[in-house]
Design a protein around this ligand. Structure first.
Ligand SMILES: Nc1nc2c(ncn2[C@@H]2O[C@H](COP(=O)(O)OP(=O)(O)OP(=O)(O)O)[C@@H](O)[C@H]2O)c(=O)[nH]1
Length: 239
């Protein structure tokens, strides 16, 4: 079943026969990370505590991404115990949001399994979808399970029990930012990245891949300057 949230925007200016560019985003993560809450928060722009967290559903919302209307479809997944029966979202989604709770280290470590599944899938089908790793429940910062990293920033980037960092082995890919070029219609892939940008702007979670961001800045100093959003959202484009 598909549900429609939010008000359609800017459709009056669009010729009726022009279909909107579409972006399918799957929300992944361990139980209790806050996927459903984030989905509802994003689509309704407020926090709602009463919803059925076990329902796996797909929602559709027309959003403006870089002044362009985009049909954003969001699948709020409900895996019972880590990634399982993943084909349903791997085949459907063109972008992925992997969510953890900042006060639950296990949920952060659980992201590794999702990143691995996504990496495997990307390798298998030669399709590289944007992936955003997102830390949720920012209001629980005093209970954050993490260490203080460089610059005094508390971060989750700790080794998992296997001694690896989530995302290890996945190369970071830096997407330049041409979707802002005047007069250019963003191609589908960039539209999807932009939709994630749109997501990270609206939602109250933050992507927290700070360690990798610094590395990325070193490698791409000119192209990354002043692009704070990218700083946070490049996360792991999976190869
Ligand atoms: N304090 C706080 N609680 C939150 C936040 N987001 C979600 N929660 C709570 O965390 C619990 C789990 O949230 P859900 O959205 O059901 O988590 P989920 O990832 O969808 O969990 P499953 O459906 O079991 O996979 C709920 O009690 C939410 O109210 C947040 O930003 N802050």
């Amino acid at each position: 079943m598909s549900s429609m949230f939010g008000k359609p925007r800017a459709s009056a200016e669009r010729p009726p026969q022009t279909p909107l560019p579409e972006c399918n985003v799957a929300i992944l993560g361990c139980r209790g990370a806050g996927k459903s809450a984030l989905t509802v928060k994003f689509l309704t722009k407020r926090f709602i505590s009463e919803y059925d967290p076990n329902l796996e559903d797909t929602y559709t919302s027309e959003e403006l991404v870089d002044q362009q209307p985009v049909l954003l479809k969001v699948m709020d997944t409900a895996d019972q115990d880590g990634p399982g029966n993943c084909e349903r979202y791997l085949c459907w989604a063109s972008a992925f949001l992997v969510v953890y709770s900042i006060e639950d280290r296990r949920s952060f470590e659980g992201c590794q399994r999702y990143l691995e599944v996504l990496a495997l899938h990307a390798r298998g089908c030669q399709r590289h979808c944007p992936v955003l790793l997102l830390g949720n429940k920012l209001d629980m910062d005093q209970y954050r399970e993490g260490t203080t990293g460089p610059c005094g920033v508390k971060q989750q980037a700790q080794p998992t029990s296997g001694g690896k960092y989530p995302g290890d082995g996945h190369s970071l890919q830096f997407a330049p930012c041409p979707w802002n070029t005047p007069g250019q219609t963003p191609p589908a892939a960039l539209c999807q990245v932009s939709a994630l940008k749109c997501w990270s702007t609206h939602s109250w979670g933050i992507p927290t891949w700070r360690a990798q961001w610094s590395r990325c800045q070193e490698q791409h100093p000119a192209s990354t300057r002043g692009r704070a959003w990218q700083a946070q959202s490049i996360s792991s484009s999976l190869l």
